[in-house]
Design a protein around this ligand. Structure first.
Ligand SMILES: [Fe+2]
Ligand SMILES: [Fe+2]
Length: 295
């Protein structure tokens, strides 16, 4: 099979989902609020066609093309941060160009999701850097605006370069990935050493790693873990990949778990009152972040 970097993707392969939010709704269906019955699909949205097939197609593409080589290529491309530079508040406007015309449930844009997440964290009295994590955690979705396919921006993340856990959603599609039959990559440890720690593990490429690298050095380690692994459900929800972890990962895991419900369960059709909240967030951003952030 030819290397993915030389693969020309069709429009359908680039945007299999009707919107990025469709992935998040599928995650919410998988992990409903504890003690509450899952919302039925009918309650979520009224598409003519259920989202199931597009989500399935999304994961088929994700699992097929997120090879070890693909991840290395995207790291080299994006972690130079030479694409753009802008003040944080402009960056939110940039992110908001990702509009979701198709969603009948909510008119909330990306910024509203970020603000609802951060407000829920603040309401529970967590440290201010965690509020900032809530505000920034999906900033990496700007990858879509740089032309990346949806399956290289969102979706559950997983380690590449070693065997896939069958607790990653739709594991059957990993059989399509060339790494699946590559002896370098298809043993439990693959290219890694036992207990090497997640920091030495390459994750499938997406908005988590990108925003982590963006904020590295600016917020405490616990917050960086929340950013970097918030979509790594096979770890923080399913307890997989134990053999890659070190003590530091085990120490950080409760923080990643602490963050997840704020991301998943804070969506509300009523937008927060930005005019009222603005002074608090301007001070918060000024406290931790430089004047401009680089993409
Ligand atoms: Fe996210
Ligand atoms: Fe999110």
């Amino acid at each position: 099979m030819s290397a993915p970097q030389h693969h020309q993707f069709s429009e359908k392969e680039i945007n299999p989902l009707e919107s990025l939010d469709q992935w998040e709704e599928a995650v919410l269906e998988r992990y409903p609020v504890a003690g509450e019955p899952a919302k039925t699909k009918e309650e979520f949205r009224n598409y003519e066609e259920p989202g199931r097939d597009t989500v399935r197609e999304f994961y088929r593409l994700n699992h097929t093309y997120q090879t070890h080589a693909f991840v290395k290529e995207k790291q080299a491309e994006y972690l130079k941060f030479d694409k753009k530079q802008m003040p944080v508040w402009e960056a939110f406007q940039f992110l908001n160009q990702l509009v979701d015309d198709s969603d009948p449930d909510t008119d909330l844009d990306q910024f509203q999701h970020l603000l609802q997440t951060s407000e829920a964290i603040r309401a529970d009295g967590h440290p201010d850097w965690m509020v900032l994590v809530g505000l920034m955690h999906d900033m990496g979705k700007v990858l879509c605006l740089f032309g990346e396919p949806q399956w290289a921006v969102v979706g559950d993340t997983f380690p590449v370069g070693c065997a896939y856990s069958n607790k990653v959603v739709y594991p059957e599609y990993f059989a399509n990935n060339p790494d699946y039959t590559d002896e370098k990559f298809n043993t439990p440890l693959g290219v890694y050493e036992k207990g090497c720690g997640l920091r030495n593990v390459d994750m499938s490429w997406g908005h988590d790693e990108y925003v982590y690298q963006m904020l590295k050095g600016h917020i405490p380690e616990e917050g960086l873990y929340m950013l970097r692994y918030h979509s790594f459900y096979a770890w923080h929800r399913e307890g997989e990949y134990e053999y890659l972890l070190d003590d530091h990962d085990r120490k950080m895991l409760p923080w990643v778990k602490l963050f997840n419900p704020y991301d998943l369960y804070s969506k509300n059709p009523v937008p927060p009152n930005w005019a009222e909240l603005k002074p608090y967030y301007e001070a918060l951003v000024a406290k931790y972040l430089p004047d401009t952030i680089r993409f």
